[in-house]
Structure formats: structure tokens, C-alpha cells
Design a protein around this ligand. Structure first.
Ligand SMILES: Cc1cc2nc3c(=O)[nH]c(=O)nc-3n(C[C@H](O)[C@H](O)[C@H](O)COP(=O)(O)OP(=O)(O)OC[C@H]3O[C@@H](n4cnc5c(N)ncnc54)[C@H](O)[C@@H]3O)c2cc1C
Length: 373
């Protein structure tokens, strides 16, 4: 039986960032079911930090996380955690009301520029303008394209430097609370014990809770698809923005000499190793051709991942009052990377008693208690 102060279940961005923070003052073990960290949602995202996602609550969490990415603590990483990529949210004539509302909602969080057809063409000439096309856009020149690999490795490094342990290929099962401790067993038969477990199991967070004898809180994993394809011949697309329709129809952005695009699908799915469905792959290509002047020739790669939402689409962090020592860190939805630094501090505050790190959001707003009737 291997004992620690805290077992974190899940080696995605949520579990690893919380584990790194908690390991400053406790012996922390992270159990990850897969043979690599970030295999599921964390390794399949669009890797953006921007404010066109979510609502004021999510934007406040994102704003509080920014500094961590822009100015990482010394020794956290050798590589930058991201680079600036403008975010351009464009609208057709019939979508201008939506663009106005979004501009007003984002304005407290980012300095925005409003551009018309000429400005859209200068930033991203592929966006369809003119008859039936985009007529206006808002631009946040300070969007950040995150480097997930550098981020996850930084947390692993910090965890280990603090004496913490990461165990891969270790799906936690047989969770039992006994004598003030949680005990659990992995598929290989290794046993672990700790007074406290952090449920950072992503799409499986409700499944894990059930394995611990708790009713689920209603998390919904929704599949999203991404394709990559070549940009227009002879055009350098590297400086293009992350371009998104104001409604949730399409986003695309430069990706290693090509472009990636998503039809922003949200398909309810059981927790699984998500695979792209042909329908959403075709939809991605169709929407690119509808909203831009580009033709999608060969699709070079495609993938899908799960964005797991709580019923109110806000993140979940806090102790479960139904069982001692069971802490939720879940419901990161489509913003789990960009909110991970502040959520790690939130977890540290609630578990280790460090000061509450964010004025704009209260512990009650994040607590799982809001789903327990
Ligand atoms: C297509 C797509 C685009 C996205 N774009 C963005 C974006 O631009 N910006 C942004 O901030 N976010 C984005 N997201 C969302 C972001 O990726 C997620 O919110 C985030 O990765 C969730 O992190 P996590 O650690 O909770 O989940 P995961 O990365 O899925 O980690 C959970 C881990 O728990 C492990 N696990 C489960 N059960 C057990 C068990 N019993 N024992 C041990 N381990 C277990 C799993 O194997 C998994 O590795 C996007 C997601 C997708 C799919």
C-alpha cells in the first residue's frame, strides 16, 4: 500500500496543475489511467486563451489565469507557454446584434478593436465578405495560443521537484473510505491510500464519483471535432488570427504550416476515447467553404475530444459534503486549459487553506453543492 497525503485522479491539465500546486505543502500522488499525460481532452484542444468563450464567470477565471501563461514562475518551463495570436470574431449582417452583445460582454476583460470588411480582409483575407459574408468583426490582439505540452510538462516537473509522484497506466478503481482514509486499487493491482482524493478525471469524473459510492452531479461530455487542411496555395497563413464566427458555427486558425478548423460541434457522448465522426468532419469542411473563400482539399488529420460540462456550464471545485475527503475538480468544459492556473490555486486554497485567489468568483459558485439539491 503506497500512502500519500493527497491522491489526484487524472493526469490532464486539471489534475496536474492542482497536483503541482498542492505538492508544495503535501505529499501528492497523481494516478493517470493512460500511459501518457494529457491523452484525452487536454491533448486534443484548440489550445487558445480567449474571451469569446463562456460567460462573465468563465472570463473572470480566464483573466486571472493569464499572468501564469505570460510570465511563468522561474524554472517552470524552458519553452514559452504560448504565443500571441489575435482572435477575430466575425459576423454577417444578420449577426450584428450578437456581435454587439459579445463586444459589450468581453470589453471588461480585453481591449477590443472593431473592424469592417477591409479590416477583416487585412487580418484574414480568406474570410468571406461581401454579399452574404462577414460585414464586421471584433478583434482581440492579445489572444494566446497555448503550448499544452510545455504546460503539462511544467506541472509534471514541478510535482516531481516537490517530491510528488506521477503513476501512469494506473486507472483508479475499488475506491473505499475506511478509517479516515481512501484506499483504491489500480488495474495492475497496486494499492494506494490517502485521507484525501481529488477527482480530476475529466469526462469520467461522474463515473469516478459513482465508484466511490456517490451519486453523479450531472456532468455531460460533449464531443468536438477538429480537422487540419492546407491553406490557399502560395499564401503564408502563419500570421492569420484564430478566426471564429460570432455564433458557434466555425473556428479556424494556423497550425504548423496548415490550418485547423472545427464546426464547434457538441455531440453528447459517453466518456470514451473520442473519435471523429464522418458527419462532423464533413461539416467542418462544409463550413470552411461556406464562411471562407477556401476549398478544403485533402484533410490531413482529424481528431475529436470531449468537453465536459456541469449543468450550469461553470467549473466545479470543492469538497463533496456527502463523503469525507472527496474533492471535485471537474466540469472544465471548453475552457479547461485557459482557466487551469486559477483553478489550481482555487483547489489549493480550499484544500490547504491558502488565501482565496480570485475576488470575482466565490467558493459557493464553484462548489459541487449547487448540484446536490
Ligand atoms: C476540440 C477541443 C477544443 C478545445 N479548445 C480549448 C481551448 O481553446 N481552450 C481551452 O482552455 N480549453 C479548450 N478545450 C477544453 C480543454 O481541453 C478541457 O477543458 C481540459 O483539457 C480538461 O482537462 P481535464 O484535466 O479535466 O481532462 P482530461 O485532459 O481529459 O484529463 C482527465 C484524465 O483523467 C484520467 N482518468 C479518468 N478516469 C480515471 C481513473 N479512474 N483513474 C485514473 N485516471 C483517470 C483520463 O485518462 C484523463 O487523462 C477544448 C477541448 C476540445 C475537446
Amino acid at each position: 500500500m503506497r500512502s500519500s497525503d493527497i491522491i489526484v485522479i487524472g493526469g490532464g491539465v486539471a489534475g496536474l496543475s492542482a497536483a503541482a500546486a498542492l505538492s508544495r505543502n503535501a505529499k501528492v500522488t497523481v494516478l493517470e489511467a493512460e500511459e501518457a499525460v494529457g491523452y484525452h481532452s487536454s491533448g486534443r484542444s484548440a489550445t487558445m486563451l480567449h474571451y469569446a468563450l463562456g460567460d462573465p464567470h468563465v472570463r473572470a477565471l480566464t483573466l486571472s489565469s493569464r499572468t501564469f501563461f505570460e510570465d511563468p514562475q522561474p524554472g517552470f518551463t524552458d519553452a514559452p507557454l504560448g504565443h500571441r495570436m489575435p482572435v477575430l470574431v466575425h459576423a454577417r449582417e444578420d449577426e450584428l446584434g450578437e456581435l454587439d452583445a459579445l463586444t459589450e460582454a468581453i470589453a471588461p476583460f480585453a481591449a477590443l478593436e472593431r473592424v469592417g470588411e477591409t479590416g477583416i480582409g487585412e487580418l484574414c483575407p480568406a474570410i468571406r465578405t461581401g454579399e452574404g459574408g462577414a460585414v464586421a468583426a471584433l478583434v482581440d490582439h492579445d489572444g494566446i495560443r497555448l503550448d499544452t505540452h510545455a504546460l503539462l510538462q511544467g506541472h509534471v516537473h514541478a510535482l516531481r521537484a516537490n517530491g510528488g509522484e506521477l503513476v501512469l497506466g494506473a486507472p483508479a478503481a475499488n475506491l473505499r473510505r475506511d478509517g479516515g482514509h481512501w484506499t483504491l486499487m489500480t488495474a495492475r493491482g497496486d494499492a494506494f491510500a490517502a485521507p484525501l482524493i481529488v477527482n480530476a478525471a475529466g469526462a469520467w469524473a461522474d463515473t469516478l464519483a459513482m465508484a466511490a459510492g456517490l451519486d453523479p452531479i450531472g456532468l455531460a461530455p460533449l464531443r468536438r471535432t477538429i480537422i487540419t487542411f492546407d491553406g490557399p496555395a502560395g499564401v503564408d497563413t502563419a500570421g492569420w488570427p484564430f478566426a471564429k464566427t460570432v455564433g458557434d458555427a466555425l473556428y479556424f486558425a494556423p497550425e504548423s504550416g496548415r490550418l485547423f478548423a472545427s464546426p464547434m460541434d457538441e455531440v453528447p457522448t459517453e466518456p470514451c476515447d473520442a473519435q471523429p465522426d464522418e458527419y462532423e468532419v464533413a461539416l467542418a469542411a462544409h463550413r470552411v467553404e461556406e464562411r471562407t473563400t477556401m476549398q478544403v482539399g485533402r484533410i490531413h488529420s482529424r481528431w475529436a475530444g470531449l468537453r465536459t460540462f456541469a449543468p450550469d456550464r461553470h467549473l466545479v471545485a470543492g469538497f463533496d459534503p456527502r463523503s469525507e475527503g472527496f474533492f471535485w475538480l471537474a466540469g472544465q468544459g471548453g475552457y479547461g486549459l485557459q482557466t487551469s492556473p486559477i483553478m489550481a490555486k482555487v483547489a489549493e486554497s480550499l484544500i490547504a487553506g491558502t488565501p482565496w485567489p480570485i475576488g470575482a468568483v466565490t467558493p459557493d459558485e464553484l462548489s459541487p453543492v449547487r448540484f446536490l439539491g
